[in-house]
Design a protein. Structure first.
Length: 95
């Protein structure tokens, strides 16, 4: 890896395809001082899955992050979560 570059792992589960429901894992090489938002945009995930960054929840290592301008660090794991379509409690009651 060249100097000034860091390695980030991006994880996303496409909930629209229930049959496959396998996580998409992508290793991204980005420049140091990249923000969470920049890394997600660089990944191509938004275009590939037709996602709106403003409607998604994002976390780093299972910790939800509200400010996508936070800078990532080498070996961070960015997790992109889709918004829930139904409250899990309501879903349980309907069963």
């Amino acid at each position: 890896m060249s100097s000034g570059q860091i390695s980030i792992e991006l994880v996303y589960v496409d909930l629209s395809n229930q049959a496959q429901n396998q996580p998409v894992l992508q290793e991204i090489q980005c420049r140091e001082n990249s923000s969470i938002s920049e890394v997600i945009q660089q990944s191509g995930l938004l275009d590939q899955y037709q996602l709106d960054l403003d409607s998604l929840s994002v976390g780093i290592w299972h910790q939800v992050v509200k400010d996508l301008s936070i800078l990532v660090q080498d070996k961070d794991r960015i997790e992109v979560y889709q918004p829930l379509k139904i409250d899990p409690t309501l879903a349980e009651l309907r069963r």
